[in-house]
Design a protein around this ligand. Structure first.
Ligand code: F6P
Length: 327
């Protein structure tokens, strides 16, 4: 890899709390290593459109605690095409960018791989509230999203308890149940539905509520991962099955906002630091990942082939906590 003198940094895909902390770390580590940094706005589409802003140490001040991304984000159809990617390469040449740091999820990294094949070195930083990137234990934004969902559900519980109702809450996560299961354990859900575990409505929902009622509970909390089904449909089915009238809440994009937690700020800062260190030391085409608490680098191609399973022991723990007890 040629010596790196100027890099671009972008955020792509769904935003995640902590992306700003990662941008800040990239910029400041770059400056510390004598590398200039250009912010590419609106993800891969911004690279195609030459949509950029020069970043300095000062310009990334006071963003550590801010949710969202100051660089904006987008999902780009143009970047899926060869001609779109050629335009992105042209932007890199025009701006004198020797490499790109791309902050996002698997979709972002697939784009990174394509760009790297056209000769632009890329380093990826995993950031998505879904935590569904196979090569890393942890993705920036997951902790904040979990805490936001937990706070919302705690509030819901107050009113469900008062009215002795059943709540069905849908959380995000795309095709993965990491967010739902973590949140479900933390709020003491009566049942948690995740895409990784085939749902038997009678066994996994109806009988759970019946058992909970027999144990003395008069309110129930069902957490549904969006990938496991619609909370509205589950609410209707529950009404048909046991006659109760559940209240349905879809937490939606609320879960993606908010000031990042300490874990997200700290992880994002470390990942941003190591992403630039890799480039400064001549290593491109890597994803920065966490494994057993430490930071590792994985070649992009290999990283994209890795898969991560939902920890089913956590599912068993969630179920165990409901046995014969109240919450
Ligand atoms: O990948 C993050 C995520 O928030 C998913 O949990 C969700 O399915 C999706 O993005 C929603 O995307 P959009 O912002 O396009 O509605």
């Amino acid at each position: 890899m040629n010596e790196v003198k100027r890099i671009g940094v972008l955020t792509s895909g769904g935003d995640a709390p902590g992306m700003n902390a990662a941008v800040r770390a990239v910029v400041r580590t770059a400056i510390a290593n004598g590398i200039e940094c250009v912010g590419i706005r609106r993800g891969w589409q911004g690279l195609i459109n030459s949509d950029f802003v020069k970043l300095t140490s000062i310009s990334v001040g006071h963003i550590l605690s801010r949710g969202g991304t100051i660089l904006f984000t987008a999902r780009s159809d143009d970047f899926m095409t060869e001609s779109g990617r050629q335009k992105a390469v042209a932007t890199c040449k025009m701006l004198g960018l020797n490499a790109i740091v791309a902050i996002g999820g698997d979709g972002t990294f697939r784009g990174a791989l394509e760009l790297s094949r056209l000769g632009i070195p890329v380093v990826g930083i995993p950031a998505t509230i879904d935590n569904d990137v196979g090569c890393t234990n942890y993705t920036i934004g997951f902790d904040t999203a979990c805490n936001t969902a937990i706070e919302c559900i705690d509030k819901l519980r107050d009113t469900m308890q008062s009215h002795e109702r059943c709540s069905v809450v849908e959380v995000m996560g795309r095709n993965a149940g990491f967010l739902a299961l973590y949140v479900g354990i933390a709020v003491g859900a009566t049942a948690v539905l995740v895409p990784e575990h085939e749902v038997d409505f009678q066994r996994d929902v109806v009988e759970r509520i019946q058992d909970s009622r027999l144990a003395g509970n008069t309110h129930f909390m069902i957490v549904v991962a969006e990938g496991a089904g619609s909370a509205v449909e589950i609410g209707k089915k529950l009404h048909e099955a046991i006659g109760i009238e559940p209240r349905v809440t879809v937490l939606g994009h609320l879960q993606r906002g908010g000031s990042p937690t300490g874990r997200d700020r700290e992880t994002a800062t470390r990942m941003g630091y190591y992403a630039v260190k890799a480039l400064a030391e001549g290593r491109g085409n890597r994803i920065i990942a966490t494994q057993e608490g430490g930071i590792v680098e994985i070649p992009i191609e290999e990283a994209l082939q890795r898969t991560k399973k939902l920890q089913m022991d956590r599912y068993v723990i969630m179920e165990t906590m409901q046995i014969g007890g109240i919450r």
